[in-house]
Design a protein around this ligand. Structure first.
Ligand code: FES
Length: 105
């Protein structure tokens, strides 16, 4: 099921924002007008990735500087080893929708 997460205007070009949906924290990245949706906590020690810096398509963790590719969640540089979860997403009527499985469903 796709669920509305935010407006495309909520996330300026080249920036990141965190949104909460039920119990999940989701990071939205505006990469040149394409929107990538990933888990919002670093897989190393749980840093809030919305506070990290973007370098082209790479997000740098604010705590120990792991680097993740936002298009697929893969780790580019450690100390993190596990990739970030990526949510399938689409744009509809000016909103970012993500595929979201509610645990209660
Ligand atoms: S919490 Fe992100 S690299 Fe350590």
């Amino acid at each position: 099921m796709y669920v509305k997460l935010c407006s495309v205007q909520d996330v300026p070009l080249g920036e990141t924002r965190q949104f909460d949906l039920k119990d999940e924290e989701i990071l939205v990245v505006n990469l040149n007008g394409a929107f990538c949706c990933l888990e919002a906590r670093c897989t190393h020690a749980g840093a809030p990735l919305a506070e990290g810096e973007m370098e082209e398509d790479i997000l740098v963790c604010p705590w120990h500087h792991s680097r993740f590719r936002v298009t697929d969640g893969s780790v580019v540089n450690s100390p993190a080893r596990a990739p970030l979860k990526v949510y399938k997403s689409l744009i509809k009527d000016g909103h970012v929708l993500i595929e979201f499985q509610d645990a209660e469903d």
